[in-house]
Design a protein around this ligand. Structure first.
Ligand code: ZN
Length: 90
């Protein structure tokens, strides 16, 4: 048993999640990430949050109504390392 290897895998895959949501991730990494998402709630939450935030921003951008507060929140969300640190630290 080695709990650290799981955390390490998350760390590796987190860096691919923004590309995955963006649709620019290679099919191979895409499959690897999706397989991991089936068994990792932590990463699933990250993908879900990122998708919701991006769709919110895209909807707002069409109306040119993106407030600074939402933009700041998006920045925070896209900074996935901080996001995970906050989540695990509390
Ligand atoms: Zn994970």
């Amino acid at each position: 048993m080695n709990g650290h290897s799981h955390v390490h895998k998350c760390d590796h895959l987190i860096s691919t999640i923004s590309d995955y949501v963006d649709g620019s991730l290679s099919p191979q990494l895409c499959a690897e990430l999706e397989k991991h998402l089936c068994e990792c709630e932590n990463c699933t939450v990250v993908v879900d949050t990122l998708r919701k935030t991006i769709s919110l921003v895209q909807t707002c951008a069409e109306d040119d109504c993106l407030p600074g507060e939402v933009r700041a929140r998006l920045f925070h969300t896209l900074n996935l390392d901080d996001f995970l640190k906050n989540d695990a630290g509390v």
